[in-house]
Design a protein. Sequence first.
Length: 430
Amino acid sequence: MLQASPDRIAHDLDVLVRDIGVRLAGTPGERAAADHVLANARALGADAWDESFPMRARVVTEEQLEIDIDGTWRPFPCSLFSSTPGTDGEWRSAELTTLTPTDYQRDDLGHLCGKAVIHMGCHIESRASYQRLMDAGPAFLLMVDTRYPADTPRADGMFPEYTAAIGAVPTLNVAHHDAWTWTAVRATRARCRVVGGMVPATSQNVVIDLPGTDLADDILYASAHHDTQANSPGADDNGSGVVGVMELARLLQPQPRRRTIRLISFGAEEQLSVGSAAYVRTHRDEVSRRGRCMYNLDSYGSHLGWTQLYINAHPDFEASLRPYFRTADLYYQTITAVVPYADHFPFVAAGMPGVFHYRVNCDGGRFFHHRPDDDLTRVSPEVIARDVSAVANWLEAMAESDTLPFTPAIPEAQRHDVERCWEDLFGGWK
């Protein structure tokens, strides 16, 4: 049985979180994380390389938000969404209004024109809805993550395919409790000032290839992402995934295998899997022809919580996983809904089974999601090692099996939702 090392995992987490820190896509921090993964893979004797791709990086030096309460401008914390512009250092002021999910039922959103819009919900999951919002002409948006009622704003981003095609206004993430306060005291105006925004940049995917022998044309993929959100050191999101991929390389590289195992650490996931989509588009023929599955590790190291596996596959795929997880005394919640918010999804769009391995600690997900306190105190090397051990033993068995015990395709019932999300959120195959 392959057994992951909590000590090695703790060391790698230290490097990513304490030594490197925030790893925003397209910045030196992200590059440093990629170099760490690459150097460690090569030290094992594995064939490893990086593949660069163009993207836009969030580079912000100042961000301010003030609310007019009883005639006094009061400051509040905020975080500029990625893929949206700043204000060129100028103050932008507007009357406050609120937009809730049910307000999208309105025939006309014209009342938002020129307003500072408190937007309840941090994701706009429909291109048509985003188009309507931009057509309404708001001055700027104040996004409230309704999953986590708290007094700290989180970092997030608008979908880059939306903003590239439709445009964007300055969009700031604000704390749920702050938005509540503004509404309760009937605040009337808001103003914001942001120095910086999005600039052309380059990100990278790190590929670690563990070639097979007589069945080498079959590729089993496993992945994570090495970037973080703004101002977050990302111990769990996704330091846990990166150290998991590194540990998989250590465990699997010396083992005999008939099928190829390809481990990838993606860049720019936090902008909606930009790196994963770039990889699949670049290697579409190989991924579609040779790929047999994708197993993605993301944010699964929380001390307290439970494991969720988002599985887009035939039932025999989950059945192939179960005995290896049960041997590790690891139980999980299986979710078969199509979820496009992790790096497995572009591979699912290419037609292969995909898994997103996740661990939640509250009904909203993880209470420190995209916050500055996603630090080393939030993650357990022992939890990570337990999960990685189960995945490693499953991958080893799949790589050696005469015949894969699962259908290497996604169910017909899921294909419509997959295609819809791929076209709407990612812009399709272009």
